[in-house]
Design a protein around this ligand. Structure first.
Ligand code: DGY
Length: 426
């Protein structure tokens, strides 16, 4: 395993711009929110200063409102689209000090900071970043859960991080794209079009960005008027874990805890509203249509990461789905776990982005969740499969679950980072 760890470190070094570590060597040359947090988690094992630098780089784009954006462009434009000016976020009263996107991504940063603090009790770093993390979580509840449901909503599939997942097909199909901003995709330059989102999804992604630009990214107007509003299971799971980590950081600093404890209580009980007893899993809720989106996905099983399900419900997630060869378990020794969409569904596409391939961040999430509930044997299998995938096909963006072949962007940082974390943690 020494060689694999060395290769992973070498990739993170190669992707280091000097200001931040890029998510991938060519396809994603800017800062992405959850990528940076995953990268910082790996760095916390062997280069604390670089881990802190990554956290600071991400927080440097925080808006005055508290929002931590999903893409940050501190080094200017590149061949990536959307370009920095596409978002029209500069010169907003509560906006950033340099170009960023206008919405957020799953909040894993408090979890990453907690891991950094586990490795070094750097109180001055904690004092520096804690108020910023708290401001982000406050913004999430204020801007995205103004009705106090206990669950925050996303306003764009890119906020989920799982962009073209079939989970969003229905809410995207309900949009009526008009006045779509002019755009020219560049995402198929480095990656095969068969492995990227289809054109119709891109039109809808751009339509939503145009819609929010017209509202000048005003939080209240967006929440009230957006035609796309979804309570996303994975996003809320990661937020719930991040709140547990934030609470522990607050305790270390002797800061008040009641506000965070209140979020924890409300979010954990609100998760019951996403549980579908017939399907035996958690489902995203389309807030605009007021219905659960009945899609069998790995994200639907992810709440084990944050200790959300009862033991009985966790047992259903594992035995009915993860161990089910029709759905997520490999059919034989040549296949790998876990596809991000159940294999026996009509929308499963084994090589297309978030519609079927294995993603190592999802394997990492399931690995820690399984360990937490005592499913050690399955956790060991997930870790072994993740290692085998990296050894067979390198650190790429995602993998075909049928044979482990490479898909998506090459030189993908979080694949390297999260295999490193699994290898170095126990
Ligand atoms: C992309 O460009 O595909 C990214 O996922 C957007 O965040």
């Amino acid at each position: 395993m020494k060689q694999l760890i060395q290769d992973a470190k070498a990739l993170l070094k190669l992707n280091d711009t000097g200001v931040f570590i890029k998510p991938s060597t060519h396809q994603y040359p800017h800062i992405w929110n959850w990528d940076s947090a995953f990268i910082a988690i790996a760095l916390s094992h062997y280069d604390l200063e670089q881990a802190k630098k990554e956290v600071r780089a991400l927080l440097s784009g925080q808006w005055q409102s508290g929002l931590v954006p999903h893409i940050l462009y501190p080094t200017g434009a590149s061949d990536y689209f959307p370009t920095p000016d596409f978002w029209q976020t500069e010169a907003l009263p509560t906006g950033p000090s340099f170009p960023t996107s206008g919405f957020t991504q799953p909040p894993i940063l408090a979890t990453a900071v907690k891991k950094i603090l586990n490795h070094s009790a750097d109180e001055s770093f904690l004092k520096e970043v804690y108020p910023k993390l708290l401001a982000w979580h406050r913004w999430l509840y204020r801007a995205r859960d103004p009705e106090n449901t206990g669950l925050v909503s996303i306003i764009h599939p890119w906020e989920a991080g799982t962009d073209n997942s079939p989970r969003f097909d229905e809410p995207l199909a309900n949009l009526k794209p008009v006045n779509v901003p002019e755009f020219k995709r560049r995402d198929k330059k480095h990656v095969s079009p068969d492995e990227r989102p289809v054109e119709d999804h891109y039109v809808r992604f751009m339509y939503l960005i145009g819609f929010y630009r017209d509202l000048k990214w005003h939080d209240t107007a967006i929440y009230e008027q957006t035609p796309f509003l979804v309570q996303d299971v994975l996003f809320n799971t990661l937020l719930h874990q991040a709140n547990q980590d934030l609470l522990s950081l607050a305790q270390q600093l002797g800061e008040p805890c009641t506000e965070i404890e209140d979020w924890l209580e409300r979010t954990s009980s609100a998760f019951e509203t996403l549980w579908d007893d017939e399907m035996g899993m958690y489902l995203d809720k389309d807030v605009r249509q007021n219905n659960l989106l009945k899609i069998n996905s790995l994200q639907a099983l992810s709440p084990i990461f944050a200790g959300i399900p009862s033991k009985a419900n966790a047992e259903r997630l594992v035995t009915e789905h993860l161990l089910n060869k029709q759905e997520f378990a490999p059919a034989d020794d040549s296949a790998y776990c876990f596809p991000t969409i159940a294999k026996n569904t009509p929308y499963f596409e084994p090589r297309r982005y978030w519609r079927g391939p294995i993603w190592l961040n999802m394997n990492w999430i399931m690995y820690w969740g399984l360990k937490q509930y005592g499913y050690d044997e399955l956790a060991t299998k997930v870790k072994a499969d993740s290692i085998k995938l990296a050894q067979k096909s390198d650190f790429v963006e995602y993998y075909d679950p049928r044979d482990g072949s490479a898909c998506g962007a090459k030189g993908f940082s979080w694949s390297a980072a999260l295999v490193t974390d699994m290898l170095l943690t126990d």
